[in-house]
Design a protein around this ligand. Structure first.
Ligand SMILES: Cc1cc2nc3c(=O)[nH]c(=O)nc-3n(C[C@H](O)[C@H](O)[C@H](O)COP(=O)(O)OP(=O)(O)OC[C@H]3O[C@@H](n4cnc5c(N)ncnc54)[C@H](O)[C@@H]3O)c2cc1C
Length: 165
């Protein structure tokens, strides 16, 4: 019988460097407890599709700015799933995971049980509409003629990639 080692990795602080971006397992490898690696790389790809729609012959700063938006949209959700995959067998309040989540997410955390196959975990994983949230993020950025930010804004990007109107 062949055996494979599995390793837990801490979330990265960014997926983007200039015009280069990591997606999928290269960006956010999760433990197999969640069975979410394939789903999250599809979410990454869908977000890129929305954020880069209509971008033609873009200058390098436009590409970099869109990728930065991709980063602030995706990283909280992807990284949170990484953390969740490690606590699937030991459900605990999201606030107790704060120390691990804070480096990449500064917004409010719901004080609910995360981890284990409870209703909230299922909703978090499966009720997310990546197309809708990406459209909202793009609209939010376009309306503000947004170019660069150095950290996640607490207001518009809340709760694991859900963008408030
Ligand atoms: C046994 C198992 C069960 C799983 N079950 C689920 C599940 O039920 N649900 C789910 O959502 N996810 C599941 N996953 C996770 C999912 O398969 C991965 O998260 C997903 O495949 C990651 O996709 P990716 O494109 O990021 O990386 P990969 O699928 O690893 O693709 C990377 C590709 O790059 C190629 N490559 C690497 N280096 C180079 C190089 N230098 N040059 C060119 N090519 C290179 C590799 O050969 C590979 O084809 C499972 C994984 C495993 C192993």
């Amino acid at each position: 019988m062949e055996t494979f080692a599995i390793a837990e990795r801490e979330p990265l602080s960014t997926y983007v460097n200039g015009r280069a971006a990591l997606i999928g397992d290269a960006a956010h490898p999760t433990l197999p407890t969640l069975a979410r690696g394939g789903s999250t790389f599809l979410e990454d790809a869908a977000a890129l599709g929305v954020l880069f729609r209509g971008v033609r012959d873009a200058d390098t700063s436009t590409i970099s700015a869109r990728l930065e938006l991709f980063n602030i949209l995706r990283l909280p959700r992807d990284a949170t799933q990484q953390v969740l995959s490690a606590v699937m067998f030991k459900p605990q309040p999201a606030s107790a995971l704060g120390e691990r989540i804070r480096p990449f997410y500064s917004g409010a955390l719901p004080d609910a049980m995360l981890g284990g196959w409870n209703r909230m975990t299922c909703d978090f994983l499966c009720q997310y509409d990546v197309f809708r949230e990406s459209e909202k993020a793009k609209r939010w950025a376009d309306e503000r003629k947004w170019q660069w930010i150095s950290k996640l804004p607490d207001g518009p990007v809340q709760h694991f990639g859900q963008v408030l109107q």
